[in-house]
Each structure stands twice: as structure tokens, then as C-alpha cells.
Design a protein around this ligand. Structure first.
Ligand SMILES: *Cc1c(COP(=O)(O)O)cnc(C)c1O
Ligand SMILES: [Zn+2]
Length: 419
């Protein structure tokens, strides 16, 4: 049952260290504010155990098992998450005026990035002998956890805001979870899930209190680092949307680890993008005076009023030399349409938010002409077709008569004969 590569859990607020084999969500030294724990590793042990070829062949994130905070002999609960492609995006690059690649994480088993984290936490819960896992979610974490709980044979209970997109409520139901649609905001659903955790002792996957969640998210950084090493070029920017801030924090931690281990020669600057209506991490990073706790954006996956991982997210932005910016909902929808129509990649609004962010960063001169950008599209578009329709407008309605097609396209030329 060794987990010798994990040394301590260190509080991001006060620095107190805890034994990684205790189940601790947050540092008990603080009331109200959460002292989120950072998982610390012994990189000599990781280096010794990690003998994978850095050849760019990444079947799943478990290629990086020596980096993940699970016991060596843990039975892994996986649907082959991660290993997402790094795609050239020549058409989008032209539109944005900068070389852009896409790390397409909408291709994960449940359609979003969060599978990287769910696989790790369900693996841990199962190996701890837990049979009930729970989380609060704007939708995707719930769907993801439900899928992995089903895979691992655990019961799953999830707390979502009652106005989550229909698709996101249907998905966990199909995976057999109990779905508690809370009449209230995400923040209220979150608080209720925390109360339930305390009362019933269920295993809680909430990314911001469960320190192991971010750890699974690191694999996107490890992968991009490996893919960069294979391409022979580290991108200048790695771009994410931010809700609670765990995703960008994990991505940075992973990339930096590969750099520290000398597997790759440089690191990218992290660009975090938030919606204008849910801007708390951005406001904190830029030291704005009043930080709005409302969350008003159609990009539901990043509609977070009180982000739980602001400290880790700001640290990622700062350490990497990056920054954050805001985009409007209209920009996000335009980004969704642009991504789909230029590259055939269909992302949900939060997944397309980085596209809007890069456009904005280009206009403001934050990203220079000669730089290279990697956008991570974190969620698949079919998760939220309502927003997609707002982005695109409606289909043409036609009667089944060729004249109606003619009305659209004019008199057609006769099809050219082959001979
Ligand atoms: C959860 C989520 C995010 C944001 O991740 P955080 O860790 O909350 O910052 C972005 N995009 C999608 C699709 C998500 O589901
Ligand atoms: Zn503390």
C-alpha cells in the first residue's frame, strides 16, 4: 500500500503539513475561508518510477501513474480519459492572427476535461473502501463523477443548480446517479453538498476541497509538455477558461513538473479567461477593490461566484508569467461559432471561452504576432445545445420541394457530366 512518492499535504494558507493518508479535505486551522491543501511529491521517487517513453503516444492519462497520488497497487478506475490530441488549427490561426493549436479535451469519455480528475478521485475512493461518492457541480463534474462511479461500482449523489442545462442533468441520470437539483445557485448547491459530507461522511469529490482533484487535472499539463517535447517547441501560451480555478492550476503544476524534471526545456505562460459576469479570480489577480460574488454568464461551467481555488489559480498565472482577462457572453458565443466553423470542433461555451480570450488578448497586444498559443477546449458542445443555437441562429426551414432550395441558392447549374 505504498504511496511513497507523495510526501505531504500542505495548506495553501498557513503552510501546515498533513499526512497524505489521512482523508483531509481542507486545513482545519481556518474558519470560514478554506485552507486548500497542496499535494507535495518526492520527485526523485517519481523520476525513478516513470520510465515511459516520451514519444507522444498517450493512450490515457494513466501513462503518468507515477505522478498521480494513488497507491502503487491501486486498482485504477478508468475509461481511458486524457491523452487528448494536440491539433494544428490553421484556419483558426488565420482568423486570430497567431499560430494556434487545440488540445481538445471535449473528447474525454463523458465529454469534458473533468474526467481526468474523476478517474483519480473514484480510484482513491474505491481503494479507500468507500461506497458513496458525491459532488456539487455546475453540471460537468457531476456527469463525470457519475460516469466514473458507475464504472467503479460505487453509488453517486450529486448536487446541481436546478437551472443547469437539460443535457447535463440527463447525463448523470443515465449513469445511474441520484441527482439532487437544488433550487438555488451553484454556490448554494455547493454549500449543501458540504453540509451533507459532514453529516453523512460521504466521499466528496468537490475539486476545491478534495486536494486530489487538481492532481488528476495535472495530466493535461504533463501531456502538453510531452507533446511539446515531441514537436520540438514549447508554446508561448496555454489558455484555459476559469471557474473555480482548479483546472488552470492543475495544468500549470503538471507542465512545471515536466520542466523541473528536465523533460522539456521551457514553460508556457498561462492565460486564464473568465466571463465578465463571473470574474472573481480575474478581479483578485488584478487586485481590483470590490470582488463581485455574482455569477451571471451563459457559460454555465464557469458560472462561479465564489471560486474555491483562487489562490492556486492566481499562483499559476503569476509563476508562469501569464495573466487573466474577461470576455462577454456574446464573445463566448462568437468563439464557439468560430471554433466550430473554422476547425470542426464543437465546444460548449466554457470550452470555447479561451477562443474569445485569445481574440481579446490579440486585440490588446497581450499575445504577440509571432507567439504560439495552445487553447484547451474543456467541454464538448452537445452538452449545451441551447447556447449553441444562440450562437448560430436557426436552421433553414424548407418544404420538401426543390423550388425551396432554389429560393436559397438560385437556379442551379446542371451537374457536370463526367464524360
Ligand atoms: C469545470 C469546467 C471549467 C472550469 O474549471 P475550474 O476548475 O472550475 O476552473 C472549464 N470548462 C469546462 C467545460 C468545465 O466543465
Ligand atoms: Zn492552514
Amino acid at each position: 500500500m505504498a504511496m511513497e512518492h507523495v510526501t505531504t499535504l500542505e495548506c495553501t494558507l498557513c503552510g501546515t503539513e498533513y499526512d497524505p493518508d489521512q482523508i483531509i479535505y481542507t486545513c482545519p486551522e481556518h474558519e470560514g475561508v478554506k485552507g486548500i491543501l497542496e499535494v507535495e511529491y518526492d520527485y526523485d521517487v517519481i523520476h525513478d518510477n516513470f520510465d515511459a517513453d516520451l514519444d507522444g503516444n498517450i493512450r490515457s492519462q494513466w501513462k503518468y501513474k507515477p505522478f498521480l497520488p494513488v497507491h502503487d497497487d491501486a486498482e485504477v478506475v478508468t475509461l481511458e480519459e486524457g491523452g487528448s490530441s494536440l491539433l494544428d488549427a490553421p484556419n483558426l490561426s488565420e482568423e486570430l492572427g497567431v499560430t494556434t493549436l487545440i488540445k481538445d479535451d471535449g473528447r474525454n469519455p463523458t465529454g469534458c476535461f473533468k474526467d481526468r480528475a474523476s478517474s483519480v478521485s473514484v480510484t482513491k475512493a474505491k481503494n479507500d473502501g468507500r461506497d458513496i461518492v458525491i459532488c456539487a457541480s455546475t453540471g460537468n463534474a457531476a456527469a463525470s463523477l457519475s460516469g466514473y462511479a458507475a464504472r467503479g461500482g460505487l453509488d453517486c449523489r450529486i448536487f446541481v443548480p436546478g437551472d443547469a442545462p437539460e443535457g447535463k442533468l440527463a447525463q448523470p441520470l443515465v449513469y445511474g446517479a441520484d441527482v439532487l437539483a437544488v433550487n438555488g445557485s451553484y454556490d448554494e448547491a455547493y454549500d449543501l453538498s458540504m453540509e451533507a459530507t459532514e453529516k453523512y461522511g460521504w466521499y466528496n469529490r468537490n475539486a476545491a476541497v478534495n486536494p486530489f482533484q487538481v492532481e488528476g487535472k495535472r495530466t493535461v499539463g504533463l501531456e502538453l509538455a510531452e507533446q511539446s517535447a515531441v514537436r520540438g517547441e514549447v508554446p508561448d501560451w496555454f489558455v484555459f477558461s476559469m471557474g473555480d480555478g482548479c483546472t488552470i492550476a492543475g495544468a500549470w503544476k503538471g507542465f512545471r513538473e515536466f520542466y523541473d524534471l528536465d523533460y522539456v526545456e521551457d514553460t508556457p505562460k498561462m492565460l486564464g479567461v473568465q466571463a465578465e459576469g463571473a470574474s472573481a479570480i480575474h478581479d483578485t489577480f488584478h487586485e481590483h477593490d470590490d470582488i463581485d460574488e455574482i455569477a451571471d454568464t451563459l457559460a454555465d461551467s464557469i458560472a462561479v461566484g465564489r471560486p474555491r481555488n483562487t489562490i492556486k489559480a492566481c499562483r499559476a498565472l503569476k509563476e508562469s508569467g501569464g495573466t487573466s482577462l474577461l470576455v462577454s457572453d456574446d464573445d463566448i458565443l462568437a468563439g464557439e461559432k468560430l471554433l466550430g466553423s473554422t476547425e470542426g470542433i464543437y465546444a460548449e461555451p466554457a470550452g470555447a471561452t479561451p477562443v474569445a480570450g485569445v481574440k481579446e488578448a490579440r486585440e490588446r497586444g497581450i499575445i504577440a504576432d509571432d507567439e504560439t498559443v495552445v487553447i484547451c477546449t474543456t467541454g464538448f458542445g452537445l452538452k449545451d445545445t441551447e447556447s449553441a443555437k444562440q450562437a448560430t441562429g436557426d436552421a433553414y426551414r424548407v418544404d420538401p420541394r426543390i423550388e425551396e432550395v432554389n429560393d436559397l441558392y438560385g437556379e442551379a447549374q446542371p451537374a457536370a457530366a463526367d464524360d
